[in-house]
Design a protein around this ligand. Sequence first.
Ligand code: HEC
Length: 141
Amino acid sequence: MRKGLVLTATIGILAATITFADQTSKVVIPAGKTAPNDARQMYTNYCAPCHGVDGKGKGPVAPAMKSSPTDLTQLTRNNHGKYPDTHVVAVLQFGSTLSSHGSAAMPVWGPIFGNMSRTNVQEKQLRISNLAHYLESIQQP
Ligand code: HEC
């Protein structure tokens, strides 16, 4: 059975740990199981619905959202040519700081990945750092 990540405050065991500003529309992302060392698979399952397979922010769920998902291929460009690794890791761990209203439209992944790997604390960090490296690999000038 596939587990679904339900991005509202009300449904699912994982929901309590997800902040999601877009309360008006219900965005459901089917979160299949992924290997912590397969960043591309994690990206495709967990990030592409909003950020798009190519990272440009035009995933299938994006039109339903109030705030547009960030173009993830421009992170280096928007940070004076240096890939913001520490920032990306912090965003994945603790959530985005971009939202001006306190509740970010970007799910907080740290607790979600934590729930996926309850028996292995290092696995959560592995998922986050592998995803951060994957994003570095899709940067465009
Ligand atoms: C439900 C839609 C959604 C999903 C799924 C999603 N994001 Fe986001 N993401 C957003 C939105 C919207 C923003 C814009 C920032 C905001 O409004 O909070 C964003 C912003 C970001 C940022 C930039 C934040 C900043 O402060 O600079 C990064 C990096 C990011 N996402 C990475 C990821 C990764 C990696 C995944 C998969 C593990 C992912 N996102 C999954 C919606 C999503």
